[in-house]
Ligand binder design. Structure first.
Ligand SMILES: NC(=O)c1ccc[n+]([C@@H]2O[C@H](COP(=O)([O-])OP(=O)(O)OC[C@H]3O[C@@H](n4cnc5c(N)ncnc54)[C@H](OP(=O)(O)O)[C@@H]3O)[C@@H](O)[C@H]2O)c1
Length: 294
């Protein structure tokens, strides 16, 4: 274990990858599974955990990432995506650690795509608005680092909700049809790339906003086809859906793909989506052969 890093929300999908990479402590809401209990919406909780551990870097992965739930429960979204960041920011001003805030491509309206860090934001849903408010809170802290990611994928590591990658594999294995949206575009973050990027950006002393996604802009439909082609499963089972036909509560940005030119200039490396998918498939095959399942 290193004393340098602490991952708040380390028990979540993104957080687990970072706890694993940095071999550092992480928090969740219950204190189960080797994590430290911390309710980030309670200022005293945040202060006592950080005061005890005194990390140099605090990566905040706490958040409500379910976009439709955020639309239905705006107060919960504001608590996790904004108030929690304000609490961490206020402790950072006293204890002088570097705050790394994980944010999202959904701060953009999606009208143009290939957004740079200098482009104007304009969220179209509650999730994006509350995450943008979280960015504003983090940016009040000297030298804070705000990293925008998108539709992350990687190893499950005990995740409760199934990620899209695993859903596609599981449905195709059962010869089921996968309907995937073809008119919404993102640059998905491969989680090992995020871990490597944070390591590099933190140790180079970078601050401000960075996009850490991918060089491959794709729709869900294209991603599902890539998974099918790479795994040798039946590509014909992937069919096109449109955003207009989805029963979503929240609006989605049409093209929230992000430019990674700035992070590339700091030496951050990106795995081509084809290679990332192939690696994850080989990993899940090894796990299946070992009887532990995907
Ligand atoms: N997933 C995406 O598609 C996506 C896309 C772009 C950006 N992001 C951002 O990435 C970050 C992590 O997302 P994720 O997908 O890893 O979410 P996740 O799997 O839902 O994990 C969220 C983590 O926050 C913890 N948490 C929840 N309520 C808390 C509270 N009141 N106090 C302290 N911790 C609390 C959870 O603890 P428990 O484990 O106890 O529930 C969990 O460890 C979020 O900021 C999200 O906005 C995610």
């Amino acid at each position: 274990m290193t004393d340098d890093f602490l991952v708040l929300g380390g028990g979540g999908f993104v957080g687990r990858e970072l706890v694993n990479h940095f071999r550092c402590p992480g928090t969740n809401t219950t204190g189960s599974g080797g994590f430290i209990r911390c309710d980030a919406t309670v200022a005293g909780d945040v202060k006592s955990v950080i005061e005890r551990l005194r990390p140099r870097f605090v990566i905040n992965c706490v958040g409500l990432a379910d976009v439709d739930r955020a639309e239905a429960e705006p107060q919960l979204a504001a608590g996790l995506n904004e108030t929690a960041v304000k609490n961490i920011a206020s402790v950072a001003r006293d204890l002088h650690f570097k705050l790394v805030q994980i944010s999202t491509d959904y701060v953009f309206d999606g009208s143009k795509g290939n957004y740079t860090e200098n482009d104007a934001t304009g969220p179209v849903n509650t999730y994006g608005m509350t995450k943008l408010a979280g960015e504003a809170a983090a940016s009040q802290v000297r030298d804070s680092l705000i990293v925008r990611i998108s539709t992350p994928y990687g190893e499950e590591r005990g995740r409760r909700r199934r990620q899209f990658f695993s859903y596609v594999v599981d449905v195709l294995k059962e010869s089921g049809e996968v309907k995937a949206v073809a008119d919404q575009f993102v640059t998905s973050t491969y989680l090992p790339d995020l871990a490597g990027a944070l390591d590099r950006l933190c140790h180079r002393g970078c601050s401000g906003i960075y996009h850490v996604t991918s060089r491959d802009r794709m729709s869900r439909y294209e991603f599902a086809r890539l998974v099918a082609e790479t795994s040798g499963l039946d590509v014909r089972l992937i069919t096109m859906a449109s955003t207009g036909g989805m029963r979503w509560k929240a609006r989605r940005p049409r093209d929230s793909s992000l430019s990674v030119a700035k992070s590339l200039s700091e030496g951050v490396a990106y795995t081509p989506a084809r290679d990332a998918v192939a690696w994850l498939l080989s990993k899940s095959r090894v796990q299946n052969a070992g009887g532990s399942g995907t």
